[in-house]
Design a protein around this ligand. Structure first.
Ligand SMILES: [Zn+2]
Length: 760
């Protein structure tokens, strides 16, 4: 190792006369080496090993003279994380009358989330499903004493009694019972083996007790516990399931357990931040941020160290080396450049999220570049994020040197997987770099320094260094208005409810690439003078050349229930869903609805529906029409119904429908919508004030939840009027802290969901 060390020693004093020092991959390699030694213990945030990693990065920034950019003039940004940790050196043995066997962690048993610590040898009590519900006349604890013992119980509940027992069979209640009755811990197992390994039993953090262990075992351990007993689990469970009677007993078998497992809701940890303050009077208040996560997985319960050389000492090291070289070159960027080492990435992007949500500079950050796993690969360097920051990519594409552009592979990008995500969600154009090719020993012991290729570090370093210089010094305004709103518009699947004829959709948007409209509803053309059989024939005629028309439209893809809209979006295509305007084509013979559905039509918008209603209920025609449509799978969207008519449909239709409304229906109707799983499409009028609209939307959401509610725009979302109006609605949603799930439903999923329910 020494020879290698000397060979790759950084050349800090290299060629003093040269005007510019370039990115030194050998130097970067040494930081990775230092961060991935066994002494670093895998840099787990919240552990002493994490602190070591943080101190290392900060000490280098200090050594090189970078300005601190953390709290109170330090390099550290302090925050707390929810932290779970199992210390190495765990032990689990089963002691029967005849022998004692040690079981291997991971393969044979696991420590469940929110388990506490325990060091004991105690008898195992078999307690069926572990259900304690005497008030419901079922108690797996009746007649057995579990105080000071370990309870062994199966996941699930007796099938026969599932209904009666209700939530008494929840894991939560089972654990509560074992704790209350004085057990030292529980061992969960699966009653019928082969239902999957490494299962989680769903413990909640409120149940954490530092002295109560929660373990799960694989079927061969269960078999070993029962080896010398004169009974077996298959028999016991056939009795329990068959007769509904508990079969609990003290086994006489003992478990030896030794584990240190903690859960801390507020464990201190730190991001490491340094900067070079911008030289331009105005632009210095704008930021370019580069970084990667310093933390990794620590040490396994069995004592294996996860060194994380590639994941992600590599990305951290490249950011560090760029900082060092910029400082040495006495760089004077116009904007402020921030160098970040994130903590808590492996525990859920916690450090970068904290930064994105708590650093005021985020509003003035023009771009973020993330590096995660950049230590080996084929040599190509993907640079993902083009779709979310096209103006940033445009600039880089123009200005990056040719020799760098040769190996850079731009990509659409988007949130997920690493620390660029929280930046994107704040509207900051964020790019993710992970080198192309196979990443060896991902999240395994063995992700070590000897797998790191300096020439790959060099490619990434040259790219990011050049990009930072361009971004930090290019004059101009790169902070787009409403960029956080624009992120949601782009990321979430959005439906354009402007019901345009298909020919218009193909003509106007056929060549669209990467539109923010993900789902476009379109109606098949109808000749106004036709109705009944003639109109049907004409519609079906129109559908004949549909494949041909769609093929010509490169930016469009026809809706198919088994193909996700986002899949099309990621390929730059808008999904088109075809339907009917009105029901004239099958009103005379409603059985035709089914045929039309088979031809690829999914919905009909009904504006004139008076024919459906009679005295206080459905008309005679309605009584045949509604059941026929129900069984066809066609979704009806009603416009302009009176409250009484809405109620009739809610009561009479067996399948869900959509009510398109400008005003909020009364409480009774809202309750029925939710109960019957119908949908309210709240119309966003062409001239409507977005804030006023949001108030209605929010009231509706409170009443029925976002699953039965959708935003129905009147303005076309391809045009700037519709888009601006929608951005303002999104702005209100962001202010009200709507979650990703809410966007998901209100924009498209409520609609595709009700469509599926109508067709099932
Ligand atoms: Zn990583």
């Amino acid at each position: 190792m020494l020879a290698v060390f000397l060979l790759f020693s950084p050349s800090f004093t290299k060629d003093k006369k040269a005007t510019k020092i370039t990115f030194d991959e050998k130097a970067a390699w040494t930081y990775i080496r230092d961060m991935s030694t066994d002494e670093m213990r895998g840099r787990q945030s919240g552990q002493p090993s994490g602190v070591m990693g943080e101190e290392y990065v900060a000490s280098k920034f200090k050594e090189w003279g970078l300005e601190p950019a953390g709290d109170d003039g330090t390099y550290f940004q302090n925050f707390t994380i929810e932290h779970r940790h199992v210390a190495e050196g765990v032990k689990f043995e089963i002691i029967t009358a005849r022998e004692r066997r040690d079981f291997y962690y991971g393969d044979s048993w696991r420590i469940q989330r929110y388990s506490g610590s325990g060091h004991f040898s105690a008898e195992i009590v078999f307690a069926g499903y572990g259900i304690h519900a005497p008030e419901k006349k079922y108690d797996d604890y009746a007649g057995v004493d579990v105080k000071g013992k370990v309870v062994m119980f199966a996941t699930g509940s007796p099938q026969k009694l599932a209904k009666e027992l209700g939530d008494a069979a929840n894991t939560e209640k089972k654990i509560e019972a074992a704790q209350k009755l004085g057990a030292l811990g529980i061992i969960a197992f699966q009653p019928s083996p082969g239902t999957g390994r490494f299962y989680g039993i769903g413990v909640r953090k409120e149940q954490y007790d530092p002295d109560f262990v929660i373990l799960s075992i694989e079927s061969h351990v269960t078999d070993f516990i029962f080896k010398d007993l004169k009974t077996e689990t298959s028999y016991l469970f056939s009795e329990i399931d068959g007769k509904g009677e508990p079969q609990s007993f003290a086994t006489g078998v003992r478990a030896f357990v030794s584990i240190n497992s903690i859960f801390d809701e507020k464990r201190a940890t730190r991001n490491v931040l340094a900067r070079i303050t911008g030289s331009d009077k105005k632009l210095k208040d704008e930021y370019v941020v580069i970084g990667g996560h310093m933390d990794h997985l620590g040490v396994s319960p069995m004592g294996d160290v996860y060194n994380g050389a590639n994941d992600n000492a590599s990305g951290t090291a490249v950011a560090m080396e760029i900082a060092r070289v910029m400082k040495l070159n006495n760089a004077k960027p116009k904007r402020t450049v921030v160098f970040a080492g994130w903590a808590g990435e492996e525990q859920g992007l916690l450090g970068s999220r904290y930064y994105a949500e708590h650093s005021p500079s985020i509003e003035k950050t023009i771009a973020y570049i993330n590096m995660d796993m950049v230590g080996h690969g084929s040599g190509n360097v993907p640079f993902r994020g083009e779709y979310y920051g096209p103006h940033i990519w445009e600039l880089l594409e123009k200005k990056l040197p040719k020799e760098i552009m040769e190996y850079v592979k731009p990509g659409r990008g988007g949130p997920g997987g690493s620390d660029h995500s929280p930046f994107l969600q704040k509207g900051v154009p964020a790019f993710a770099i992970m080198t192309e090719g196979h990443h060896f020993k991902y999240h395994r012991p063995g992700d070590d320094i000897d797998l790191i290729k300096p020439e790959i570090l060099k490619r990434v370093g040259d790219l990011v260094y050049a990009a930072v210089q361009i971004l930090a010094s290019e004059p101009g305004d790169f902070i787009e208005p409403m960029r956080q709103e624009a992120y949601y518009l782009k990321y979430e699947d959005l439906t354009n409810f402007k019901f345009e004829p298909l020919a218009h959709v193909v003509k106007a948007h056929g060549d669209a690439k990467d539109s923010h409209v993900d789902l476009q509803v379109a109606v098949v053309e109808e000749k106004e003078e036709l109705s009944g059989a003639e109109l049907r024939a004409d519609i079906i005629n129109n559908l004949f050349d549909l494949p041909e028309r769609m093929k010509k439209a490169k930016g469009l893809s026809l809706y198919a229930p088994n193909r996700s809209i986002s899949m099309n979006s990621r390929q730059g295509k808008t999904t088109v869903m075809l339907g009917l305007k009105g029901v004239d084509s099958f009103r005379d013979n409603p059985k035709w609805a089914k045929i039309l559905v088979e031809q690829g039509l999914h919905f009909a918008v009904v504006e004139d529906s008076s024919f459906l209603f009679g005295d206080g209920g459905l008309s005679e025609e309605g009584k045949t029409f509604i059941p026929a449509v129900n069984s066809s799978g066609l979704l009806l969207l009603f416009k302009g119904l009176a409250a009484a008519q809405t109620k009739v449909l809610l009561e009479e239709s067996k399948k869900p429908m959509v009510f398109l409304e400008r005003k909020l229906p009364d409480k009774e109707i809202l309750e029925l919508i939710k109960e019957k799983e119908f949908v309210l499409g709240l119309i966003l009028g062409a001239d409507e004030d977005p804030a006023a609209y949001f108030k209605k939307l929010n009231d509706a959401k409170e009443a029925i939840g976002s699953r039965y509610l959708m935003i129905v725009n009147e303005n076309c979302l391809w045009g700037s009027t519709g888009k601006d109006q929608m951005l303002k609605v999104i702005s209100e949603m962001v202010k009200e802290k709507y979650e990703s799930m809410d966007f998901f439903y209100l924009f498209s999923s409520t609609f595709t969901g009700v469509l599926r329910r109508a067709g099932s």
